[in-house]
Design a protein around this ligand. Structure first.
Ligand SMILES: [Zn+2]
Ligand SMILES: [Zn+2]
Length: 374
């Protein structure tokens, strides 16, 4: 079928709005009519990255309606509303068998190669291959995606809000609820208040934390953190973070610290501000050239856990519906994350907006495609 898409044809070039061919879904794949898709900073990173296979269609935060399913697809059918996950899993490997589906390695080869799970693409233009991105490619009217990327949403779920679940929302929620396993009445610090950080705050709130301390260097981010449930804020550019966390918790430090900043210095502060027996979760991606250093003295006495977490340890089929239901019940804020709604031809304006120094990196511009929506 022919469809309109935003095609990335070169590094650091505007995306071209053009007609593209999409082949039907093969076995284990699903054709989805994209209703909404979030524009993420990772898309801009891909545009600036010379290793992105070209030409490609970016977009990894999407929601839509199932149009057609390939052979052996059992979990969704035509007409279902779905939110998309960019971390599909195989269900049978060493990690999947032990329930750690976020660590399944089957998706990474195809993800970097720009294909679907079988190593081929369903996208083409004038007979020439076009690559997928994150096994989704949601900057288009339709997408063929793995069944394991399609998570059924409740009927009442609006699509713009659903489109955001699969990236920063799930990662932040999961960092608090799954990776840290925040307990009721506990104290939590969240470092790095962006698209992941505000959702780690929300996850901690839903899990019943009594105190949630937001740590960032930007006053506007700390202000945002309060809107999502932070009870206290610490400007870590002005005071010693670990000292401030101890002061706010009777001298002990927090039960759980979650670092979403991608900054090793912040992760070190998160560790130092975690109490004995507590847990520090690092969910932000570090620059691979940097190192994380922790004091060796007394390490064996503190009984703390330091955990790196990919995708917030979420299991999409378990956690996406939980997040959607929390939203529908008024317990999880997603409306506040939809900052702007635009049409596909305006996508380059959304990319340019990331370069605005006043840009607060919480929430998204969402592209909507019109038609049947909620
Ligand atoms: Zn994203
Ligand atoms: Zn697997």
């Amino acid at each position: 079928m022919e469809m309109l898409a935003a095609v990335m044809k070169g590094t650091n070039q505007p995306l071209a709005i053009e007609k593209v061919e999409l082949a039907p879904p093969k076995a284990g794949e699903v054709l989805v009519k994209i209703m909404a898709t979030g524009v993420c900073h990772s898309d801009l990173n891909a545009i600036e990255d010379e290793s992105t296979p070209l030409p490609t269609i970016l977009g990894h935060e999407g929601a839509g309606i199932v149009v057609e399913v390939g052979a052996n697809v059992n979990t969704v059918k035509a007409g279902d509303k779905v939110a998309l996950s960019w971390v599909p899993f195989c269900g049978t490997c060493e990690f999947c068998r032990t329930g750690q589906v976020n660590m399944c390695e089957s998706a990474f080869g195809p993800m970097f190669a720009g294909t679907l799970l079988d190593g081929t693409s369903r996208l083409s233009q004038n007979g020439k291959l076009v690559y997928h991105n994150s096994l989704l490619s949601t900057f288009a009217e339709y997408a063929v995606v793995p069944e394991m990327s399609c998570i059924k949403m409740p009927n009442g779920m609006p699509m713009a809000q659903a489109s955001l679940i699969g990236c920063g929302v799930a990662t932040g929620f999961g960092a608090a609820v799954r990776a840290a396993q925040v307990k009721p009445g506990s104290t939590v610090a969240v470092f790095g208040i962006g698209g992941v950080g505000v959702n780690a705050i929300q996850g901690a709130r839903v899990a019943g934390a009594s105190r949630i301390i937001a740590c960032d260097v930007k006053p506007q981010n700390l202000e945002m953190a309060r809107k999502f449930g932070a009870t206290d804020v610490v400007n870590v550019g002005e005071v010693n973070a670990a000292g401030a966390l101890k002061e706010l918790t009777g001298g002990y430090g927090v039960h759980y610290a979650i670092d979403c900043s991608g900054n090793p210095t912040a992760a070190q502060s998160a560790w130092l501000g975690t109490r004995k027996g507590g847990t520090t979760v690092v969910v932000g991606a570090f620059n691979p050239k940097k190192e994380l250093s922790l004091p060796a003295g007394g390490f064996h006495r503190v009984g703390k856990v330091l955990k790196g977490s990919f995708y917030g340890d979420v299991h999409p089929f378990r956690d996406f519906p939980i997040i959607a239901q929390l939203y529908l019940d008024g317990q999880f804020k997603l409306d506040e994350l939809v900052l702007d709604r635009i049409a596909l031809p305006d996508i380059n304006k959304a990319m340019d907006a990331f370069h605005d120094p006043c840009c607060v990196n919480v929430g998204r511009t969402v592209i909507e495609f019109g038609g049947e929506s909620a």
